[in-house]
Design a protein around this ligand. Structure first.
Ligand SMILES: [Zn+2]
Length: 240
């Protein structure tokens, strides 16, 4: 195999490793983003729940004031009733008393419902707050773990880049430029093996001439269809 091609294969392997490490970093970041998103959502939900609770409390206060007024009114009406002299007046006051009593019942029922609602909402808020605390803990733990892994990954990438940079000056510049140009679109498959007489990049069958060239020459052979650099795997196996 062409010695430059052999080195380029190593470079390609390094590039692949770097790409996979960078992909892992991206995955880890997007997972962190997702947790942050859930935390933010919980925060908004907690604020909403608190606002709703305040509204229910206000409603309860209003209804309690009304109930108090109604009870006061009822007392006054009963005093009034004891002072009436005619049947007609008595009927009128009794009607007022009936209305006030109905109002009182309605208010009491409404208050009961509101208090139940309040207790449910407070319970819900407590659950949200607990979940929020838990999420913050999860996020913290995740960030600690992530920071450690990120450091490892960056260290590894640095190491690979160093090895790569040591190897680069030993490769023919023109050949390397060509590799880079192919790699721009081939993304990690600029150099491919020949398998079952086909280019393992575009999977087109290679002509006997190209195959013969691969067997006989030390020059770099390109796939006539896609332009990738080709190599015979058997040769590499023999050399291993
Ligand atoms: Zn091809």
């Amino acid at each position: 195999m062409n010695p430059d091609l052999k080195k380029l294969l190593d470079i390609q392997q390094y590039d692949k490793e770097i790409a996979s490490l960078e992909a892992e970093l991206k995955r880890l970041e997007s997972k962190e983003d997702k947790i942050v998103e859930v935390v933010e959502t919980k925060k908004v939900q907690i604020a909403d729940a608190r606002e709703e609770i305040e509204e229910v409390k206000k409603d309860i206060e209003e209804k309690e004031n009304l109930l108090e007024e109604t009870i006061e009114n009822l007392k006054k009406l009963e005093i009034k009733l004891s002072g009436v002299s005619t049947e007609k007046q008595m009927q009128a006051v009794n009607t007022e008393i009936d209305i006030a009593k109905t109002n009182k019942t309605v208010l009491e029922e409404k208050l009961e419902t509101l208090k139940e609602e309040l207790s449910l909402k407070e319970k819900g808020l407590k659950e949200l707050e607990d979940r929020y605390e838990q999420l913050l803990k999860t996020l913290d733990e995740y960030r600690n773990k992530f920071d450690k892994r990120r450091e490892e990954i960056n260290e590894k990438i640095k190491e690979i880049n160093k090895t790569k940079e040591e190897l680069l000056p030993t490769i023919d510049k023109k050949v390397f430029k060509k590799y880079e140009r192919i790699n721009r679109w081939a993304k990690g498959t600029a150099i491919v093996p020949v398998r079952q007489e086909a280019c393992y990049g575009c999977f087109m069958k290679l002509t006997p001439q190209v195959l013969a060239l691969l067997e006989e020459t030390d020059e770099i052979v390109y796939c006539p269809n896609c332009g990738r650099m080709l190599y015979l795997e058997e040769i590499e196996l023999d050399e291993d």
